[in-house]
Design a protein around this ligand. Structure first.
Ligand code: HEC
Length: 273
């Protein structure tokens, strides 16, 4: 491994480098935004005692607005209570015991089975279950969305160049199509989407679309930001552990370098050179 690679890997581990190259095609490049999780010290905590209110609000927006079309296949309910997750609570060492997580899971009906009669049946969710998908299969999803497939959102922030900046810009970037744009029925104009024509109507379209449990005013921008932060967490739930490990490694290397220098001085102290 060359030194440059090692340094690049170190910086990437700390989240210091930009993730992406320019967007392809003719889409408008999204504006760069300051995120709660940006930089080597950024975390998802915004409460006085480490609470993650923004993640909780983002989860609410996902559940109430996006989940009718988009799955979140890779996230289980227990993930919500894991370290650095929206409902992380140190009182519950095992997120399966987290009462908030249990409550959220129980609000879902999960398909299970077959039972002894060979039938599939539904039961309330438990923390070990995954978020259920809104459609049974891809064909049904497409049929309900003018032929377009709403992608799974588990990794969407990692899967798009400009990551969170792009998702936020997309959610707030709907507008009048310029003269001469070709929009088929079921398509909408969004300057941040490659080609401009997207088969998703603006999902967040008016202030107060959700009523936040924590009393935060639900403006369009606030909801778009909150759900983007939630999706950023979903696509990288171990970011906080990774960053603090990166900082520890740097600290260790710094102390080690001093020790090596002192040892060098000691070894050569009595040698004429
Ligand atoms: C009524 C259904 C519907 C709802 C509700 C909905 N979407 Fe979509 N979404 C779609 C469809 C369909 C596509 C695919 C669009 C296309 O390929 O033209 C899509 C695409 C996307 C994409 C991918 C864009 C890309 O670059 O490929 C993102 C990100 C997205 N939606 C986020 C969200 C978020 C966040 C919410 C909730 C705030 C949401 N969507 C709510 C139907 C929906």
């Amino acid at each position: 491994m060359k030194m440059a690679h090692i340094i690049a890997a170190g910086l990437a581990a700390l989240g210091l480098t930009a993730t992406a190259s320019a967007l392809e095609g003719d889409a408008h490049a999204p504006e760069k935004r300051e995120w709660i999780f940006s930089g080597p010290f950024g975390t998802y905590a915004d409460g006085d005692h480490g609470e993650r209110y923004q993640l909780q609000r983002g989860l609410q927006v996902y559940q109430e607005v996006c989940a009718s079309c988009h799955s979140l296949d890779l996230i289980s309910f227990r993930n919500l209570g894991q370290a650095a997750g929206p409902f992380w609570d140190e009182r519950f060492e095992n997120p399966n015991d987290n009462t908030v997580v249990m409550q959220i899971a129980a609000n879902y009906q999960i398909w299970d089975g077959p039972n002894d009669d060979g039938d599939m049946f539904q039961r309330p969710g438990i923390p070990a279950d995954y978020f259920p998908a809104p459609f049974e299969n891809e064909q049904m999803a497409r049929a309900a969305n003018a032929g377009a497939l709403p992608p799974d959102l588990s990794l969407i922030v990692k899967a798009r160049s400009h990551g969170a900046d792009y998702i936020y810009a997309l959610l707030t970037g709907y507008g009048e199509a310029p003269e001469g744009t070709d929009l088929s029925p079921g398509q909408y104009y969004n300057e941040y989407f490659t080609g401009g024509a997207i088969a998703m109507a603006a999902p967040i379209s008016f202030d107060g679309q959700v009523e936040y449990a924590d009393g935060t005013e639900a403006t369009v921008e606030q909801m778009a930001e909150d759900v983007t932060v939630f999706l950023a967490w979903a696509s990288d739930p171990h970011m906080e552990a990774r960053k603090s490990m990166g900082l520890m490694v740097l600290l260790y290397l710094f102390v080690f370098a001093i020790l090596v220098y002192l040892a060098y001085r000691q070894v050569w102290a009595n040698v004429e050179h």
